[in-house]
Design a protein. Structure first.
Length: 101
């Protein structure tokens, strides 16, 4: 789990106990980025469905766009963050499902 994702979850769920699930995608071949991001969207949707029972209606589309977002959903927070590598040769997408209690 990336430290940035953990810090972001802590900010989203301040003063609550939480558990989280994280999926990271490292993109270092820009020619594959769109396809790989689509696979990430499918995997994230399946994970959320398996853990929560359903996924937000537009979640797969939003993850597939590869743009950061955050939403509340049925007592959970779902968010996607993007970190561009300092080398300039790629980036990382972090999807997080966090349960706030």
């Amino acid at each position: 789990m990336g430290f940035g994702a953990t810090a972001r979850c802590e900010r989203l769920c301040q003063k609550f106990d939480f558990t989280d699930q994280v999926i990271d995608l490292n993109v270092n071949q820009t020619g594959h980025a769109a396809k790989d991001t689509k696979v990430l969207a499918d995997v994230c949707t399946q994970m959320v469905t398996n853990l929560v029972g359903e996924a937000p209606a537009d979640m797969a589309k939003r993850v597939g766009q590869g743009k950061p977002f955050e939403d509340a959903f049925n007592g959970y927070r779902v968010f996607l963050s993007k970190s561009i590598w300092s080398t300039g040769r790629g980036y990382e997408l972090n999807f997080v499902l966090a349960q706030c209690r």
